[in-house]
Design a protein around this ligand. Structure first.
Ligand SMILES: Cc1cc2nc3c(=O)[nH]c(=O)nc-3n(C[C@H](O)[C@H](O)[C@H](O)COP(=O)(O)OP(=O)(O)OC[C@H]3O[C@@H](n4cnc5c(N)ncnc54)[C@H](O)[C@@H]3O)c2cc1C
Length: 410
């Protein structure tokens, strides 16, 4: 039986594990976190996400976990609405869809669908990958070694596999100038309700604070601000200090959220980056998902691409009949790359002004953003936007609000 090692048990890694196991591979998933990583905002079930979940037989389950949402609204510090877009806008194809579930739920559904052919190694990663002719020798953090026919780096934008095999992150990382923190807030009796609305409060200087409905009794909170570099990932105190400094004077519920961030078990902070690589495979090692082509949350397509990438890689391995003839592996990886490159390249093409729209720099920019949001829903402009959406090549997917790039997803 052919053996695959998947490094990273996120959306791309766990989806691939599920598909490869079904095709008869013996799969090991090495995930650095001590357990399935939950957290994150919402994932939109349109486009690729829907199609791949359907193919995996998991769509019904995903549809059973939808977050009730009314729409997105841009608000002032006293919660006056500057603009709003309900879920009904553009016949349900607007910024926030009726069919969104939390990333946490999607990750759990995919994770739990895998069978006994998938071995999980939590708290684990690879330290070295050595070519042994028709196999790759992986050395794990524990010091243990094992040989695999295929090694997949599905370990996200800061991929270890990419660094080991293709070179350091700075060779491929393209920062977009913004950073984003996100976490789940557990409501108390004093917590103001969101009533289904995804609320965004912008202040000049590229500061954005967001709150959207999560599970019953929870709200998903986001902070977006200008930054290309951040304190080290392990230094939580420095991360909180940076956020508190950056958002010190911001109104609305910002100070409540800053305090809650320190209590949240799923707090995360990262820059909005893209990853651009000339090639995603080398011998028996291949990258899939954010490790290969991160389009950034600003694309709204991260999860859709991760799901599609896992499906395309499986399809390429299957159609090259790699299980019958392992020598066909390089050709299968080339076919996978050929299938995914146009999709990834298209997702990475953010429209001009995208950053300014997510986090405007000035009061005028905030006003203009709200004006655009209202204008696109006006009787005059709406039909043109609807037509553009209908013509969109492949449906949008992924986290949260992701109708043609009007607002960022997280
Ligand atoms: C907890 C979490 C929350 C997220 N929330 C949002 C969000 O709110 N909005 C948004 O737009 N995007 C979010 N993302 C990113 C989004 O999930 C991805 O863009 C998209 O789904 C692509 O998935 P991926 O599997 O390629 O990468 P990821 O989802 O990032 O998964 C990578 C996995 O690899 C693991 N990993 C990392 N390094 C190593 C290593 N060295 N060894 C082994 N395992 C490793 C990680 O723990 C993670 O489980 C989130 C990602 C995570 C992990």
């Amino acid at each position: 039986m052919a053996r695959a090692l998947i490094v990273g048990g996120g959306i791309a890694g766990d989806t691939l594990a599920l598909f490869l196991e079904r095709d008869g591979w013996e799969v090991t998933v090495a995930e650095i976190a001590p357990a399935l990583r939950t957290g994150g905002q919402t994932v939109d079930l349109r486009g690729d996400s829907r199609e791949v979940l359907q193919e995996a037989g998991l769509l019904e389950q995903a549809l059973g976990c939808l977050v009730p949402q009314s729409g997105a609204a841009w608000i002032t510090a006293d919660e006056r609405r500057l603009a709003a877009m309900p879920v009904e806008a553009f016949d349900g194809q607007g910024l926030v869809s009726k069919e969104e579930l939390l990333r946490t739920d999607l990750a759990r559904i995919i994770h739990e669908a895998a069978g006994p052919g998938v071995t999980r190694r939590f708290g684990e990663t690879v330290e070295a990958l050595e070519d042994k002719g028709n196999r790759v020798l992986a050395r794990f953090r524990t010091g243990e070694t094992a040989e695999f026919d295929l090694v997949v780096g599905a370990d996200g934008a800061h991929s270890r596999v990419r660094a080991l095999r293709f070179g350091p992150e700075e060779n491929y990382r393209k920062p977009l100038g913004l950073a984003h923190a996100w976490f789940t807030l557990t409501e108390t009796p004093e917590t103001p309700a969101l009533d289904g609305w995804f609320l965004m409060h912008n202040t000049p200087g590229r500061l954005s604070v967001e709150a959207r409905p999560g599970h019953q009794g929870q709200q998903e909170i986001g902070f977006t601000f200008a930054a290309d570099t951040l304190p080290p990932r392990h230094d939580r105190e420095a991360q909180f200090a940076l956020l508190e400094r950056t958002f010190a004077g911001v109104g609305w519920r910002t100070q409540e959220f800053l305090a809650a961030a320190r209590q949240a078990p799923d707090f995360a902070l990262d820059t909005f980056d893209q990853v651009e690589m000339p090639c995603w495979h080398d011998g028996r090692v291949v990258l899939v998902g954010d490790s290969a082509w991160c389009a950034s949350p600003l694309s709204g397509l991260g999860t859709a691409l991760a799901l599609r990438g896992a499906a395309e890689l499986t399809a390429a391995l299957r159609s090259a009949e790699v299980l019958d003839d392992p020598d066909r592996l390089p050709a299968a990886l080339a076919a996978f790359e050929a299938a995914m490159r146009p999709r990834a390249a298209s997702a990475q093409q953010l429209p001009p002004g995208r950053v300014a729209m997510v986090a405007p720099n000035s009061a005028l920019g905030i006003w203009f953003n709200a004006f655009v949001m209202r204008a696109v829903q006006s009787k005059l402009v709406r039909p043109l936007i609807a037509k553009a959406m209908a013509n969109s090549e492949h449906g949008r997917g992924s986290q949260g609000a992701d109708a043609p790039s009007l607002v960022h997803s997280a």
